[in-house]
Design a protein around this ligand. Structure first.
Ligand code: GLN
Length: 206
């Protein structure tokens, strides 16, 4: 298995610099991705939080949508936070908008309300052990429905807030805004597992 995954952070808009810092601290080799061709040399990609409509606008006229789908199809792992999750979801409401349609989920933009309804809360993430994670929600989406193959890794206030489906990871909150790098480490391991499957090194990893 590779020991240092190459992970890109989509650097069009939003909170990409903090993700890059957390990934570097988690031991990954980090690249900011500004043009689609930069996806080629990567094992994983983070789509950061920000504003999904702005991200979509900046992708217009580029091949990003198709190339990110292709990147996933050829074995790349993707982690979407907040607006990044909105871009990954198969269906988006409030209002309906275009997306990558990779994650079998329906999300509601600004599902908790407006900026004033942003909040933070500590909640456990079973696969990361103790202590609980400080989850920061900023105009966060809510996950309304999930497909059968999607695993819920954490809930907060009885709602799914961290999910995984094969090579896709998504959180409705912003781990990069805390010094806790456990989720970035978890994603780095996912990327290494996916890269190993890709090279035929291990079998049976989702
Ligand atoms: N509300 C934003 C959107 O709909 C997401 C907010 C965030 O990424 N923190 O795109």
């Amino acid at each position: 298995m590779i020991t240092r995954p190459r992970i890109g952070v989509l650097a069009l808009q939003g909170d990409f610099a903090k993700h890059a810092e957390a990934l570097a601290a988690a031991g990954a080799s980090v690249n900011e991705v500004r043009v689609p061709s930069q996806l080629e040399a990567l094992d994983g990609l983070i789509i950061p939080g920000g504003e999904s409509t702005t991200l979509l606008k900046l992708m217009e006229g580029t091949t990003f949508i198709d190339d990110i789908r292709r990147f996933h199809g050829r074995g790349g792992a993707i982690y979407g936070t907040c607006a990044g999750l909105i871009l990954l979801a198969k269906q988006v409401r409030n209002p309906m908008q275009r997306s990558l349609e990779l994650l079998d989920a329906e999300v509601l933009r600004n599902g908790y309300g407006r900026q004033i309804e942003s909040f933070e809360k500590q909640a456990p993430i079973k696969c990361l052990g103790n202590p609980p994670f400080r989850m920061i929600f900023i105009r966060a989406p809510t996950i309304e429905t999930l497909g059968r193959g999607v695993e819920i890794l954490a809930t907060c206030n009885n709602r799914p807030v961290m999910v995984r489906s094969g090579r896709l990871l998504a959180t409705t909150f912003h781990p990069e805004l805390t010094p806790d790098i456990r989720i970035h480490k978890f994603f780095a391991v996912m990327c290494m597992e996916c890269a190993a499957v890709d090279t035929g090194e291990v079998c049976g990893v989702r």
